[in-house]
Design a protein around this ligand. Sequence first.
Ligand code: PLP
Length: 284
Amino acid sequence: RTVYVNGEYLPEDRATVSIFDRGFLMADGVYEVVSVLDGKLLDFDGHIERLKRSLSELSMGNPLTDEEYLNVQRTLIENNGITDGMIYLQVTRGNPGDRDFAYPPEDTVPTVVMFTQAKPGLADNPAAKTGWKVISVEDLRWSRRDIKTVQLLYPSMAKMEAKARGVDDAWLVEDGQVTEGTSNNAYIVKGNTIITRALSHDILHGITRAAVLRFASEAQMKVEERSFTIAEAQAADEAFITSASAFVMPVVEIDGAAVGAGQVGPVATRLREIYLEEMRKAAV
Ligand code: PLP
């Protein structure tokens, strides 16, 4: 696989980053994951806009123009022959040459890394037909989850807890209310209404979330942006999650209790279809 690091395209085993890189030492970096279907990027603009917001919230410079990010991603798709999969993009505060809590001088060059992950059949994931099972765990992450940082240890721990308990993912709960999944936004459905937590510092502002809420409104569904509990989710008609790589994924069981009929429901199924159809049309 060819990867991109700081202006160069290299075979993955020759691409390196300094041991003093702030991304490595302090998790001082941000990232984005963009899906690729039929060799094209889904919602590229949305992801680059959020990348710039994350960088700006951390007073980090933006090393490339939008066009440069797009060119690198297209080159990697081409060179690696990616039809379906993902592109990972990470920007860190770079290598100050030593370890220090204070940010390095502003002229420190950020580190930029991009690589592809091939996922043949990404849009035909059979899990979308059976749905995910999730458990709930306490949300022990820091309080600026709206910034997409590479500090992912707690979500990894929650994912491992889910795996150990034989399910697909964990929903994180704070003050009795669901914030989001380990790497996705969480929703419940009651009748014709879709309920998901409002945007704040408590959750990542999902790019897929924005698109799905738009499509839901266009399809005459009602959208309520508010918090909900695990008990309310277990009693709902349907539940689902969204993310750039899982698209819309139904959730059929929460903490051992079936959601609705315990099967993939019509609302999640329809939103997944609309999402994939519309995003394929708009892909670049
Ligand atoms: N919430 C968290 C914590 C995430 O890590 C992610 C994606 O990685 C999402 C939500 C979904 O965001 P997006 O739809 O932009 O992929």
